[in-house]
Design a protein around this ligand. Structure first.
Ligand code: G6Q
Length: 544
């Protein structure tokens, strides 16, 4: 833990003074005075080239931000994470998603147990199962091969699998259908199965705790759907597998633990897409592709572990996020992937970033006196450009944006990929440099329209430029954001690995369910708004 509170750290105080000096500087001037910055303020690792030159920083800013990371103990805490120390203090757990992608040749002993060996044992079982399902050897109850796989899970047990499936669809088998059911709204389930045959459908019930209401409700519905259609409870063995850390609950639900793939309490839900939670990904992609994805995660892990702070992509992105959140007071960050396959990536990142760093107390329980996690959001480019980019260009709030581009598309058709990519570069430049009044006038704009067409610019972006989207690249990209979240959380001295806000939601709803379901008028003891809403709901529901 860093010896001094954040505001008292030397680098923080230096940054405050520095902010006062440079916050008014325009990127136009910074580039004019220093034409080399576009080449210099860059870094590269694991197939990702990061251009951070279009941020509102100078070399001095970056020097101080890196000093802040060092003074905040980023290297020490990073090493503690890799050693398996219990850095998730509020849950007293190790944080070891990095072990999920360590090669089998490595070993990591935590509490007397080689966790890498455990990881590879499960990976081996997953590979075997995925191969049997893909080849048609694993059959449904009536002897038909499995054609459809439905992952049932929510939050960390859903967002990773669905994002990875969409992102890597190009590489996935087209012989099978993959769906993802998460919402307790029965529409989610109904729509997912409406055109599927139960005889050919496998459900993967993914739940770390196997106690999550939404997942258990959907799993029960799925079980009824199978048993009703196939006429026997015995069909469950052929149509259900579980991914969980809780064997007892899996067995109580009726899934044989021989059909369970385990993971461990040191894997947080939002850090679990590369654990057994990725079983649907492995079936879709094949074991080899899944292995490639793990290798990509590991590439970035190694970079994070070994690169000097000033050359580390996760550190650079992490400290820039702190710079905007705490010194500029900016509240949101946009992530815009210019690749249609990454359409669920922003949703995935929302959980990763906001559930991790949306915290208001330090590791020792003190209320923070600075801002923590920003709101993350985004959409694939170029669609966003035709809607909300207006506010990013000309609104009164500044939104730092990560633009993610690829040199090659997976489905080249005529020059469309260049059309797409030109927008990555054009947007980054347009946001940074804007359009001055003189430039607008020089275009012959009538006087009354001039102010409307002026773009102030000075809007920061990171450009992440990669070659082509592959399983390996996706792994590296996810790990980059995981570690950037870690860097921010370490500087803020918060526990990026617990989620008490999510836990609260789980408990609150439980209290209200019987009040909605009770046939007789329940005695309600909530606040007057909640009581009235529940009464109104009951009246509407009964149709009276
Ligand atoms: C993730 C969170 C949360 C969790 C879901 C599902 O980090 O803890 O999103 O993944 O609540 O939990 P289960 O996997 O236990 O069903």
């Amino acid at each position: 833990m860093p010896p001094t509170a954040l505001r008292e750290r030397k680098a923080w105080q230096a940054l405050q003074r520095h902010y006062a000096e440079i916050s008014g500087r325009h990127l136009r001037d910074l580039f004019a005075e220093d034409p080399g910055r576009g080449e210099r303020l860059t870094a590269e690792a694991a197939g990702i080239y990061l251009d951070y030159s279009k941020n509102r920083v100078t070399d001095e800013t970056m020097r101080l931000l890196i000093e802040l990371a060092a003074e905040s103990g980023v290297p020490e805490r990073r090493d503690a994470m890799f050693r398996g120390e219990h850095i998730n203090v509020s849950e007293d757990r190790a944080v070891l998603h990095v072990a999920l992608r360590m090669p089998a040749t490595e070993s990591l002993i935590v509490d007397g147990q080689d966790v890498v060996k455990d990881v590879h044992e499960v990976l081996g079982r997953m590979r075997d199962f995925a191969t049997r399902v893909r080849s048609g050897e694993f059959k449904g109850y009536t002897g038909k091969p499995i054609k459809n796989v439905i992952n049932v899970g929510i939050g960390g047990s859903d967002l990773g699998p669905v994002m990875a499936y969409e992102a890597l669809k190009f590489y996935c088998t087209r012989e099978m259908t993959f769906r993802f059911v998460s919402n307790v709204d029965s529409t989610d389930f109904a729509e997912a199965v409406q055109d599927l045959s139960p005889e050919e459908t496998l459900f993967i019930i993914s739940s770390k705790t196997f106690g999550t209401l939404e997942t258990l409700a959907n799993a029960t519905t799925a079980r009824d759907w199978i048993v009703d259609a196939l006429g026997s409870r015995d069909a469950v063995a052929n149509h259900f597998v579980a991914v969980s850390t809780n064997a007892e609950r899996v067995a109580a639900f009726g899934i044989d633990t021989a059909n369970m793939f385990g993971f461990w309490d040191w894997v947080g839900g939002r850090y679990s897409m590369d654990s057994a939670i990725g079983l649907s990904t492995m079936i879709a992609l094949g074991p080899e592709g899944f292995g490639e994805m793990l290798a990509g995660f590991h590439d970035m892990d190694m970079h994070f572990r070994t690169a000097p702070l000033a050359a580390s992509l996760p550190v650079l992105m992490g400290v820039l996020a702190v710079w905007y959140r705490d010194f500029f007071g900016l509240q949101t960050v946009g992530v815009m992937p210019y690749d249609q396959y990454l359409k669920r990536f922003p949703a995935y990142l929302q959980q990763l970033t906001m559930e991790s760093n949306g915290k208001h107390v330090t590791l020792t329980g003190r209320r923070v006196d600075y801002d923590t996690g920003a709101v993350y959001w985004g959409e694939p480019g170029t669609n966003g450009q035709h809607s909300f980019y207006q506010l990013i260009h000309q609104g009164t709030t500044i939104i730092p944006v990560d633009l993610i581009g690829f040199a090659r598309g997976l489905n080249p058709i005529r020059d469309q990929h260049d059309l797409l990519s030109s927008n990555v570069f054009a947007q980054a430049a347009g946001l940074a440099f804007g359009k001055t009044e003189e430039e607008v006038r020089a275009e012959g704009t009538p006087d009354r329209v001039v102010p409307h067409r002026v773009m102030e610019g000075n809007r920061p972006t990171n450009t992440l430029l990669c070659d082509i989207l592959t399983p390996r690249l996706l792994g590296s990209l996810v790990a980059l954001y995981e570690h950037s979240v870690f860097v921010q959380g370490t500087i803020w001295e918060i526990d990026s690995f617990d989620q008490w806000g999510v836990e609260l939601g789980k408990v609150l709803a439980q209290q209200i369910i019987p009040e909605l379901e009770s046939p007789s008028e329940p005695a309600l003891s909530h606040d007057s708004s909640t009581n009235t809403l529940i009464r109104r709901y009951r009246t509407l529901k009964s149709g009276s």
